[in-house]
Design a protein around this ligand. Structure first.
Ligand SMILES: *Cc1c(COP(=O)(O)O)cnc(C)c1O
Length: 426
């Protein structure tokens, strides 16, 4: 059996295979560039582990208070090395990206301070953390205020607006790298650096934190190389390498990390407590795998954009655009197409491939949503998944894939399901 027949045995018609393979041929140079970045980041991670003298003893965990958890402490040194920061907090007690971001926000502000978002509205879940949407326990309840400066058309920073918004109470600036569910561009670390320089030029002591979710290892450099005081992300995404079952990280200056640590545990305890339980080995191995996994996911995103642009759909980012995260949005234009795409992703999964997803109401969403995922780690968003709100303009958001080959199958299967419904033709 050759590869084409193997794909056919999984349900991909030869004409779908041939069409997709043809698009793939145009991506060779692009994939080579991605491989070069993955190699660089793989070496960066290995060097970070060697410099921290990671040893077998570090792969085991502690329970209870977690005093003298050398695996955890060394892992935090490794993260600090990878992100080029003074210190890091990498914990299984951090539930998810939102928790890590909330920890950093609460830790580094005091009543009377103001938070500034200079790139428009932050990620949806932060609205309740900050209190943009009234919520029990929000920063607003503690007297921390919030200001936002929207981007100008074309995802351009509104420097004048930002300058006018900075005042004597501005304590912390939150910059989101990935576009999330917004329609703006994702920012490169260098672009974020320009914004940070501008802000620090006006107020040098302001803390600049970057929501780095989905951006890790997509480029050679992280935002901390361009002046960010803290970068924050989820281990269920890129840096967990598909192996971390939970967790988040905050890497940054010594002062910022200390404040985060005492906020996460307790004043007086800080980084000294927090058992790693059985997570150390998974966190180390996941980080080791992360550069290649991120590269595979990015290849999948580019391949999807290439295929769907050719089929006449608008893709964000465009297939030939530079990438700073692994998210791909495709405007499919109809409910039928969104459903067929998601069902294709599901049908290509190693786990739960026989399940058929349908749109349904979800807490926190104002429309029905269809979600496709068949993951080894429940809730993982670095594994191949897709979700689409059932509303205009009928976008599907597609991300992940622990291997490029799985991402490729998923995209072909999405095309296949749409082809079967007569929604695309070659
Ligand atoms: C995923 C994500 C978060 C945090 O989400 P969690 O589901 O809490 O991990 C925050 N910001 C961005 C841009 C994200 O993609």
């Amino acid at each position: 059996m050759d590869n084409r027949e193997m794909f056919e045995s999984l349900g991909i018609k030869p004409e779908v295979y041939d069409f997709c393979e043809e698009q793939l041929r145009a991506l060779e140079d692009r994939f080579e560039e991605i491989d070069a970045i993955a190699e660089y980041n793989q070496l960066k991670v290995i060097k970070a582990m060697q410099d921290a003298q990671v040893s077998e003893a570090h792969l085991y965990g502690t329970t209870g208070y977690g005093y003298d958890d050398i695996g955890r402490d060394t892992l935090e040194r490794v993260y600090a090395n990878v992100f080029g920061t003074e210190d890091a907090l990498v914990r299984s007690q951090i539930i998810c990206g939102t928790h890590a971001l909330a920890t950093a926000l609460f830790a580094n502000t005091r009543p009377g301070d103001e938070i500034l978002c200079p790139v428009g509205k932050p990620y949806d879940t932060l609205e309740e953390v900050i209190g943009i949407r009234p919520s029990v326990g929000s920063l607003a309840e503690y007297g921390v205020t919030y200001r936002q400066v929207d981007l100008l058309p074309g995802s351009v920073f509104d420097y004048e607006g930002i300058k006018a918004a900075i005042n004597e109470r501005t304590r912390l600036v939150e910059i989101q790298r990935s576009k999330g569910y917004a329609t703006r561009d994702t920012f490169s670390p260098a672009k974020i650096g320009e914004l940070i320089s501008f802000i620090k030029g006006i107020k040098p002591d302001v803390i600049c934190m970057v929501d780095n979710c989905y951006g890790e290892f997509v480029q050679r450099e992280e935002p901390t190389a361009f002046g960010a005081d803290m970068v924050i992300g989820s281990l269920i995404k890129n840096p967990g390498g598909g192996l971390a079952p939970i967790g988040g990280y905050i890497a940054g200056t010594k002062e910022c990390i200390e404040r985060c640590a005492v906020r996460l545990t307790s004043p007086g305890l800080g980084k000294e407590v927090g058992p790693s339980l059985d997570t150390n080995k998974l966190f180390y191995q996941g980080l080791f795998m992360a550069p290649t996994i991120t590269a595979g996911a990015e290849k999948g995103a580019i391949f999807a954009a290439k295929v769907f642009e050719k089929l006449g759909f608008s893709c964000h980012p465009a297939a030939d655009a530079e990438r700073y995260d692994i998210i791909q949005a495709i405007t499919l234009g109809s409910e039928e197409a969104v459903v067929a795409f998601a069902q294709g992703i599901q049908a290509a999964a190693p786990v739960d491939s026989f399940v058929t997803p349908y749109p349904d109401d979800m807490p926190g969403y104002d429309s029905k949503v269809i979600m496709a995922a068949g993951a080894f780690v429940q809730g993982s968003s670095i594994e191949l998944s897709a979700d689409g709100p059932i509303k205009e303009p009928y976008n599907i958001y597609f991300q992940g894939g622990l291997t490029w080959y799985h991402a490729k199958l998923g995209i072909m299967m999405a095309v296949e399901k749409m082809y079967e419904k007569g929604l695309v033709k070659f």
